[in-house]
Design a protein. Structure first.
Length: 167
């Protein structure tokens, strides 16, 4: 089985015909329109997209096999995922969040500071949560993050952004 990548969460039902209200994980709901099928939760087979409407902050999706409001309500909280090979290639210096989680974080002198445990959006930029001897947040900007090597499992950050935390 190919690796799956979670890209959205079912936040509720929409209407009476089994449509799902879905919020994108990272990014905007517009990127959800590029996929023709989704895996729901831990189901082994994907469900084909019948229709998809983009709203301001979410999408409304009709999936094959979800035909009633009760079926849709039962899926609230489930994650929607796609096969990793269905993801588009990224431009240079762009990363999928899931590839950053687990990276070792070092300062410019090679001192290990911790490991990326999660990311979240803030509106102006994404933020990395790092756990080590201390837990701290790092803005995911070119000023703070100097190098990312998914292949080598590491990231280098400018410790000047963390001076008060590291003392």
């Amino acid at each position: 089985m190919s690796e799956r990548v979670e890209i959205a969460r079912v936040t509720g039902s929409h209407g009476l015909k089994g449509r799902l209200r879905v919020t994108a994980l990272g990014g905007t709901p517009e990127h959800l329109a590029r996929y023709s099928k989704y895996y729901i939760g831990s189901r082994l087979s994907p469900s084909r997209v019948i229709s998809l409407e983009i709203r301001k902050r979410h999408a409304v999706i009709a999936l094959e096999g979800v035909e009633t409001v009760d079926q849709a309500r039962a899926l609230k909280g489930e994650l929607l995922s796609v096969s990793r090979e269905d993801l588009p290639d990224l431009e240079e210096d762009w990363y999928y969040w899931r590839d950053l989680v687990g990276l070792v974080v070092e300062d410019c002198d090679g001192r290990r500071l911790g490991t990326v445990v999660r990311l979240f959006p803030t509106g102006s930029n994404d933020v990395l949560e790092v756990e080590g001897d201390k837990s701290f947040l790092v803005p995911f900007t070119s000023d703070a993050v100097k190098e990312v090597s998914v292949e080598n499992g590491r990231m280098v950050v400018d410790a000047a952004f963390l001076a008060d935390l590291l003392d």
